[in-house]
Design a protein around this ligand. Sequence first.
Ligand code: AMP
Ligand code: TRP
Length: 331
Amino acid sequence: MRIFSGIQPTGRKHLGNYIGAIRQYVEGQDRGDPAVFCIVDLHAITVAYDPKELRERLYDTTAILLAAGLDPARCILFRQSDVHEHTELAWLLGAVCAHGDLNRMHQFKDKSATQRELVSAGLFFYPVLQAADVLAYRADEVPVGEDQRQHIELMREIARRFNERFGETLVVPDHRIPEIGAKVMDLQEPERKMSTTVGADSGRVYVLDEEKAIRKKFGSAVTDSGREIRRGEDKAGITNLIGILSVATGVPEAQIEADFEGKGYGDFKKAVADAVVEFLAPVREAYPEIRADEGALELVLSNGADRAREIASRTLEDVRTAMGVGVPPAR
Ligand code: AMP
Ligand code: TRP
C-alpha cells in the first residue's frame, strides 16, 4: 500500500490540519510501503506570498511534522520543489485534464475571490500539480481532510483518462478522509471550516498555541442558546466541540453526549480545552529543538527528496514513453 499526501507550508498549522491530516500521516507511516509526505512549496506560490517567509514557513511545517511523530526512517518526507518530476508530470497531465473540470474546483473559486492583485494561472492549474504529486508515486491512498475531496476526485479522473488514452500506466488513488474530524470548524464561526487565512485568530487553535491561549479560545467558543450537549444541525458549535473532544480523547461521540448529559456548556468547554491541551502538548514540547536546527531539517528534506526522486523518475519514464515524448526507449 503506497500512501502519499501533501501539506502547504503556508501560515501556521492549526487544529484542523492536525486532526484532518497530520495525525493520519503519523498513523499511516507504518502501513505505507512507502508512506510519502511532501511539503508543497510550489502550491504555495500560486497566491500572494513573500519569498523569505515561504522558507521560514517551510521549516516550521517540516518541524511540526517531525514533532508530531513523522520519522524519516519510517517514511519519506521531502520538499516538492526538490523533485522536478512533479512539475514535469503536471504539464504532461495537463494534456488529459479538462479545462471545464478545473473551472468547477471549489478551492479555486474560493481562493481566487480573495486575491487582490492577481488571480494567477498557477492557481487555476494547482489541482493538476496536486494530481501529479500523487500520481508520480502511483499512490493507492491519500490521507486528507474533507476540503480535498474534490481535488482527489479530479486526480482519479485524470489517471483514468490517461490510462484510457495512453495505456495502463497510472494508479487511480483513493482518498482517506477521517470519519470524525475531517472538517474541524472555526470556533467563532462554526458554520465555516477552521482555516489559515479566513476569520479571526480567536476562531482557530494553532498546533503550537500555549496552554493559556488554547483555554481562552475554547472558553470563548461560540455555542448556542440551548443547554443540551448533543450533535445536531442547529448546533454547529457544540457538534464541532464534540468531534474535537472525541478525537482528542478517543471517546466515541455518543459516549461523550451520554457522559455530559445534564452538565452545562461551561464544564463541557473546559473538558474540551483540557483534552486539546493534552493532545497537542507532545508536539508543542518537541517542536522548538527540532525547529532550531535548520541544517538538520535540510538534511532530512534532501535525503527524502533523493528517495522520492527514485520513485517518481521511474513513473515519469513510463509516462513519457506512453505519451511519445522525448528520446524513444531502447528497443
Ligand atoms: P493545507 O494546510 O491547506 O495544506 O491543508 C493540509 C491538510 O489539512 C489537508 O489535508 C486539508 O484537507 C486538511 N485540513 C485543512 N483544514 C482543515 C479543517 N478545518 N478540518 C480538517 N482538515 C483540514
Ligand atoms: N491542496 C492540498 C491542500 O490545500 C495540499 C496538497 C498538495 C496535497 N498536493 C497534495 C494533498 C497531494 C494531498 C495530496 O491541503
